[in-house]
Design a protein. Structure first.
Length: 89
């Protein structure tokens, strides 16, 4: 768990929709213990569909599956280098 780790966590990479949860509530829980936590969501659904169904706010960092390792690395770097947004979900 996050509390057992003890150090800062800089980025949560999470699928938007998972079998027992969704990414945004997971981020909300983790961000309480790690206020500087950034998030990058991924999904097999198109980003427009995820936004349209109200799962993510437009502009939330998102990477559509399938993606290549270089595309993931670029997106992670972009998220970590960007100024922190006011809201992730």
């Amino acid at each position: 768990m996050v509390s057992e780790f003890g150090g800062p966590i800089h980025l949560l990479l999470s699928d938007v929709i998972m079998p027992d949860s969704e990414g945004p509530p997971l981020f909300d829980r983790l961000a309480k213990a790690q206020p500087d936590l950034r998030v990058l969501y991924m999904s097999g659904y198109a980003d427009e569909a995820v936004v349209r169904h109200g799962v993510l706010v437009e502009g939330t960092p998102f990477l559509q599956k399938p993606f290549t390792p270089p595309a993931l690395a670029r997106k992670v770097r972009d998220v970590l280098d960007a100024p922190p947004p006011a809201s992730h979900v």
